[in-house]
Design a binder for this molecule. Structure first.
Ligand code: NDP
Ligand code: PYC
Length: 341
């Protein structure tokens, strides 16, 4: 451990993985779940994603206390040999279900051109970029969608209907870093709202309304009222699409149903996830390398004018963390040490 300032410490990644694993094993998770979840949250911390890094160890502990998650659940993968791969997470956490389904998804995309990984009945607490990055690692493009709990009002309304419903996209590139974006369709992710609440700091303007429908920057008041979609009616429509595609379409719960199942326990949402994979070799009509080159020209036209690509900040943080360890807020680190006993 290295002290960076009075407020944070740098922890070598292997040490952080070991600590996260110990915390999760101590909560009663099976080793495969603990290791998969630790990989996910340590990747988040490594890439300076504070709302979905090791802070999630605290929220996962809360989810486990609520008593509905199956800590030993073995995901069941059903690959049909066609485009669709189904994984029943059996009310366990989602990272292991994704890891178990990934090989069959890659195989489906390679043989069919398009593969669809349908995960059902999972407790979902993570960012989606680790998953689309994993798919791009196989030379495939990827799109991932998941609902959450109904915290977000539709544009023009004030009653929560939608989840924070992230959309993540990945495009494989030469070199180590794919083009990836991953964002909540709410103006702010719930995880960031929680971090504001813990720190006692106000939300940015435009993130939510209080229980009376008045605009508010108080995270507690917004949690009692409603969060708002980003971009008004456009984000609202995208959020509805996520409910439909990663809820109704795949036969699993939407965000209202997930919240009802929670019964006020404050656990992670429980629902499904849809991950699509696309093989450029099968879809480009020939000469995928030439089309890949055209994609590179698009990226050059973005960065060439001083704009940055999404995930560029994350990749820079990753490079530093690999060299110096991941920065963890000191108070959070102590909270995690306490969870590890
Ligand atoms: P952000 O708004 O922080 O970032 C969204 C995306 O935009 C990132 O890919 C980011 O890249 C990129 N970006 C940010 N600023 C710029 C810029 N100036 N130019 C170009 N690209 C930029 O994400 P959110 O707060 O909305 O979401 C955070 C995380 O929360 C996501 O990973 C998401 O998966 C997760 N989440 C999970 C949910 C769940 O149900 N499981 C629900 C909702 C959210 P970079 O990271 O490099 O800044
Ligand atoms: O940050 O909105 C969020 C979130 C929901 C579930 C996991 N993260």
């Amino acid at each position: 451990m290295t002290s960076t300032s009075t407020d944070s410490v740098r922890i070598p990644l292997a040490e952080l993985q070991d600590l996260a694993c110990r915390v999760l094993l101590r909560q009663g998770l099976s080793r495969p779940h603990a290791e998969a979840m630790a990989r996910t949250v340590v990747a988040g911390q490594r890439d300076d994603c504070q709302s979905h890094g090791v802070y999630r160890l605290v929220t996962c502990a809360q989810t486990i206390r609520a008593g509905k998650v199956d800590l030993q659940a073995e995901p069941v993968v059903a690959a049909t040999g066609g485009a669709v791969v189904q994984v029943d997470a059996r009310y366990g956490f989602s990272p292991l279900a994704f890891e178990r389904g990934l090989p069959a998804l890659v195989e489906a995309a390679r043989t069919q051109g398009v593969g669809a990984l349908v995960i059902r009945h999972c407790f979902h607490f993570s960012a989606l970029w680790p998953e689309v990055e994993a798919v791009t690692g196989h030379g495939l493009a990827a799109l991932a969608l998941t609902p959450s709990h109904a915290w977000v009002a539709p544009a023009g309304g004030r009653q929560p209907v939608f989840g924070t419903n992230p959309i993540a996209f990945g495009w494989p590139r030469p070199g180590p870093h794919p083009f990836v974006f991953d964002f909540a369709t709410s103006a702010i992710a719930r995880g960031d709202l929680e971090l504001h609440r813990r720190a006692g700091t106000p939300l940015p303007d435009g993130c939510g309304v209080d229980a009376q429908g008045r605009p508010s920057t108080d995270p507690v008041a917004v949690a009692q009222g409603a969060m708002l979609a980003f971009g008004g009616h456009k984000g609202s429509a995208l959020s509805a699409m996520v409910e439909l595609m990663a809820g109704a379409l795949i036969g699993d719960w939407m965000s209202q149903e997930s919240l009802a199942f929670d019964e006020g326990a404050g656990a992670a949402p429980c629902h499904g996830e849809l991950v699509l994979a696309f093989d450029p070799a099968r879809l480009s009509g020939g000469d995928p390398a030439a089309h890949q080159q055209r994609a590179e020209q698009l990226f050059a036209a973005i960065t060439g004018q001083g704009a940055r690509l999404p995930s560029q900040r994350r990749y820079a943080a990753r490079q530093r963390s690999l060299a110096e360890g991941a920065a963890v807020p000191r108070a959070l680190y102590e909270e995690i040490l306490a969870l590890a006993g």
